[in-house]
Design a protein around this ligand. Structure first.
Ligand code: NAD
Length: 484
């Protein structure tokens, strides 16, 4: 297993605080890796800053070629990476294979897209002049990644950032240190020394990166609490910060769909990755006319889910990532039950080692409960019944978050209303929690301000500069004239 950081293109053991990486399936320390010292963070930034001008000025073919080589290596090493992701995240191996493929697609996509995008020639003030706006890289981008998608969320940042001529310093979450170091090494091995640095550590290492004067932009995915802290620091420093934060995504199930089929979609969206996806369905609202059948199907499906070792081919739901995450789920459930909720299946930790939690369905919930307001980030599906469309939309909107939402209907009027009215970054209709590489992953309000995937996700890693060019030097009537 890789344990070295990458600083200035060289493999260097960490000299900072040790990171105990706990295997979520056993609760035991799998490996201890030394994180980066402050001096090592500074050295990685210095190397990225030093190589920025030459990477910025490299031919697009060179940058795109590097991205394609990264994609090819990800594909070659997909089994190894999927295993690493299983032990770092607890997510089943088979699912991780798809995520490796998706990350390779992202590197390929940005290799090509960056070849098409430079800027625009815009109408000039006067005939004979040329006005051009051009997308230019920021410089050094600090990429801060959460534990739940160490590979794909790295790809969403690093691929577009490098494609457009930025250099990067990556820091994964402590929990995912082994996979981040390996993936970072794959990226770094295909670009010139210093262009991609990889450090490891927790909040303190992240804080050092964010505040570093030579870091020109911060791309962060993680919790809303951490995003607020990072946004505050960047605001003070007038440094651009892209923040992809937490969510409390609703699912609206209307009366015109098969409730049993809809239950399959909703349960999948709630239990995928043991509910630890930023866009997990965290609350479902179901029309009264189909609610009984929906709840019955959801309970049956949830109760039958195979919970277990992420490396077992039959496992559908792995462990939660941490004891703290599991404790939060239990706190939300206890608060909900205190206030009148009923747990129909699950609701308890799986006995034995590791951080497993029984997939859970809860009814009789309301918005006074933490379970319906705070991000739970666990395998829990709370279901609330609604009577009319207006009420459904009001309930969905009753949150500070604005990441995603899914609706289940065949009615185009409801789709149009959801797309217009819900204050979120994305709406899924009848097909929840799928990413389209050409589409968009974005949050608004307490879910942040980030833009990832697609063209928007490429341009997010650029500034825009204007060139106003008059080929001939000619006096203007408004210039000061010489005396006499
Ligand atoms: P986290 O906020 O604890 O940590 C994320 C990363 O930021 C880690 O690398 C961490 O070390 C670093 N960090 C934390 N505080 C920092 C600070 N003050 N300064 C600098 N760096 C800091 O998140 P997590 O527990 O790893 O991930 C789960 C959270 O991420 C959930 O809230 C989830 O919704 C969110 N998430 C959002 C998206 C999205 O696209 N919107 C995607 C995945 C996960």
């Amino acid at each position: 297993m890789r344990t070295e950081l990458i600083i200035g293109g060289r493999d260097i053991p960490g000299e900072g605080e040790p990171i105990d990486v706990v295997d979520p399936a056993t609760g035991r320390t799998a490996v201890t890796i030394a994180g980066a010292s402050e001096a090592q963070v500074d050295a990685a930034v210095a190397a990225a800053a030093a190589t920025f001008p030459s990477w910025r000025d490299a031919a697009q073919d060179e940058r795109s070629g590097a991205l394609r080589a990264v994609a090819a290596e990800l594909t070659e090493r997909r089994d190894e990476l999927a295993r690493l992701l299983a032990s770092d995240t607890g997510r089943p191996f088979a699912r991780n294979l798809l995520y490796v493929d998706f990350a390779a697609t992202i590197f390929h996509q940005y290799a090509e897209l960056a070849r098409q995008i430079a800027g625009r020639v815009v109408p000039s003030n006067e005939t004979g002049q040329l006005s051009i706006t051009r997308h230019v890289p920021f410089g050094v981008v600090a990429c801060l990644i959460p534990w739940n998608y160490p590979l794909d969320l790295l790809a969403f940042k690093v691929a577009p950032a490098l494609a457009m001529g930025n250099t990067v310093v990556v820091k994964g979450a402590e929990e995912a240190t082994p996979s981040t170091l390996t993936i970072g090494e794959i990226v770094a091995s295909h670009v010139p020394s210093g262009v991609a640095g990889v450090v490891a550590g927790g909040t303190r290492v992240g804080e050092r990166l964010v505040a570093h004067p030579d870091v020109d932009m911060v791309a962060f995915t993680g919790s809303t609490a951490a995003g607020r802290a990072i946004g505050a620091v960047c605001g003070e420093l007038v440094k651009p910060a892209h923040l992809e934060l937490g969510g409390k995504d609703p699912a609206l199930v209307f009366a015109d769909v098969d409730p049993i089929l809809a239950a399959r979609g909703v349960v999948w969206a709630a239990m995928l990755n043991a509910g630890q996806v930023c866009t997990s369905t965290e609350r479902a609202y179901v029309h009264r006319s189909v609610a009984d059948r929906f709840v019955e199907a959801a309970v049956e499906l949830t109760g039958a889910l195979e919970v277990g070792d992420p490396m077992e081919p039959t496992t559908q739901v792995g462990p939660m990532r941490s004891e703290a995450g599991r404790a939060k789920v239990m706190r939300h459930l206890a608060d909900a039950v205190d206030k009148g909720a009923r747990i129909l299946t699950g609701g308890v930790p799986v006995p034995g080692p590791g951080y497993f939690f029984e997939p859970t369905v809860v009814v009789d919930v309301n918005h006074s409960m933490d379970l319906m307001r705070e991000e739970t980030f666990g395998p829990v599906l709370p279901i609330m019944v609604f009577d009319d469309v207006d009420q459904a939309f009001e309930l969905a909107a009753d949150t500070d978050y604005g990441l995603g939402s899914s609706i289940y209907t065949r009615d185009p009027v409801l789709v149009e209303r959801a797309f217009r009215e819900l204050r979120v970054g994305g709406v899924w209709v009848n097909d929840p929690v799928v990413d389209n590489p050409a589409g968009l992953l974005a949050g608004i309000r307490a879910s942040g301000n980030g833009r990832e995937l697609g063209l928007d996700g490429l341009l997010a890693f650029t500034n825009v500069r204007h060139l106003h060019w008059q080929p001939e030097l000619q006096a203007k009537p408004w210039w000061y004239a010489p005396e006499g």
